[in-house]
Design a protein around this ligand. Sequence first.
Ligand code: C2E
Ligand code: CA
Ligand code: CA
Ligand code: CA
Length: 277
Amino acid sequence: KAMEKGKDYIIYSNNQDTFHKENFKILWDFQKALERKELQIHYQPKINLKTSECEGFEALTRWKHPEKGYISPMVFIPLIENTTLIQDLTKFVIEEAFKKLSIWKCEGIDKSIAVNISSNNMEDDSIILHIENLLKKYDIDIDNFQIEITESAVIKDFDTALSFLNNVRSKGIKVAIDDFGTGYSSLNYLNLLPVDYIKVDHKFAKESLRNVKKTKIIEHIITLSHDLDMKVVVEGVENEDILANMYKMEADFAQGYYFSRPMPEEEMNEWLNSQKN
Ligand code: C2E
Ligand code: CA
Ligand code: CA
Ligand code: CA
């Protein structure tokens, strides 16, 4: 048994070693990614289910690494989240969103952009100050700017999240709770939070096709959210069957591959144009 344990340990430590080396390289390279313009924003539409119109887009970061190709945000975000790099990334994405919103305002296009905020972005004032500076620099309709904070970030430090959300919301910014239903939190804290949208995690959408219990849970989330004056966005709408379910349950907005994958800016412009006809 001791030997087995020893063996396990070696395998474990070897894996840990390569894990650390690779992650360290990714972290190291990310420091240069911003200045080298390797980061791009892709935009995924959010569809209003009552009007079938696009209400706006979620900004999702893409990193084209010079040697490794595209690295998923699910890989690099957790790595940079515990460093100051997450501040740099979030500030960059917010400014890209502001730029786009100011162009749209000139063109008379009334669409929103939502930016993902990490829990570590809420710990000091730097993001708030950044937004205040951008508001002086760009002419936008602030109610078209939204931020998304995951349920787990809210649970991690409720008081910090609460004061951050109160702060951004007092500026007219809309707030969404992301990945809702993945944590083990009760629904009770919802009425304590200043929130405009609940984004139901994409796993519920898929499972709604075959899992009656999951369907019941979404139904309750939707009803409760509406009672609390919040709108519900369903993520992961990949096909017509899921869409029909969500429609039946009176979800307000939907996002997913059925409508569109996240698109680079040029493609989003074309997509928006094609929606008008
Ligand atoms: P998220 O905020 O929940 O974003 C939704 C993710 O689901 C995106 O993955 C999107 O491409 C994907 N998705 C969209 N429609 C569908 C669908 O119909 N089916 C399925 N299976 N997936 C769909 P992506 O872009 O890889 O981003 C992954 C996560 O990385 C995001 O999850 C978000 O938590 C994080 N992330 C991305 N960009 C940023 C960023 O700029 N800042 C921060 N803090 N996090 C980011
Ligand atoms: Ca999100
Ligand atoms: Ca608006
Ligand atoms: Ca999500």
